[in-house]
Ligand binder design. Structure first.
Ligand SMILES: [Zn+2]
Length: 227
């Protein structure tokens, strides 16, 4: 065993590792009415799908409970498994209006290096904007740069911040590698704004969460990066 199927982050919030160790994560939010909002289902491969459902089962979530799936951005390790999840759960897909086109087309936005990749396309049921508050109290923070419509999410009821790929926590907190970004400079500027938010716990799509002194840890990284 290399860890739990679902790692509690706060009341009704879990990180679900969908790859090896903590390398790729989804985050599940159980709302007051028992329905679940899932962020970033992960890769398309069967291994990831199994891990996702094992995590959901571990916290007592059945497929039909997953009503909404929010995608931080249209990269294959976040949205690759989206179409399968929608098929299995009937969940509605929510994404930033500048990212929705990529999900509909089933292709990744331009990166600094590497060519666009394809993944199974989906119907986007709801497009949101910076500052939108989604059901259950998830506030959208548009953090463009990694991709044009990349978002981070702040769960207002618990103070859990989901960075998306604006920041990684792989061998320490860091910006996402520039080559993966559409605009690395803009990504760094966006990530810097995360330090201004009020949060208690920070969860990353890549790497483990920080539960104690989360805001101080993020700010310490960003301060060290100021030029
Ligand atoms: Zn990414």
């Amino acid at each position: 065993m290399t860890g739990r199927a679902a790692v509690p982050l706060a009341d009704g919030v879990w990180r679900i590792p969908t790859s090896v160790g903590d390398l790729v994560n989804a985050v599940a939010f159980r709302d007051a009415d028992g329905t679940v909002t899932l962020v970033d289902p992960g890769l398309r491969v069967r291994f990831a799908r199994r891990k996702l459902w094992a995590g959901l089962r571990a916290i007592g979530v059945a497929p039909a409970d997953v009503r909404r799936v929010v995608v931080t951005h249209a990269h294959v390790d976040h949205a690759g498994g989206l179409a399968a999840l929608v098929r299995q759960s009937g969940a509605e897909v929510l994404a930033h209006e500048r990212e929705a086109v990529y999900l509909r087309d089933g292709r990744t936005p331009r990166m600094q290096r590497g060519r666009p990749r394809s993944f199974p396309s989906v119907i986007v049921g709801e497009e949101f904007l910076d500052g939108s508050v989604l059901p259950g109290g998830l506030r959208v923070v548009h953090t463009p740069g990694h991709t044009p419509g990349h978002v981070s999410l702040l769960h207002e009821p618990t103070g859990v911040l989901v960075t998306g790929d604006a920041l990684f926590n792989v061998r320490g907190i860091r910006y996402s590698p520039g080559w993966m970004c559409t605009d690395p400079e803009l990504n760094r500027k966006s990530a810097d704004t995360l330090g201004e938010l009020d949060f208690e716990v920070v969860a990353f799509m890549h790497g483990p969460e920080v539960r104690q002194g989360a805001r101080a840890a993020v700010r310490a990284f960003l301060r060290g990066r100021e030029r």
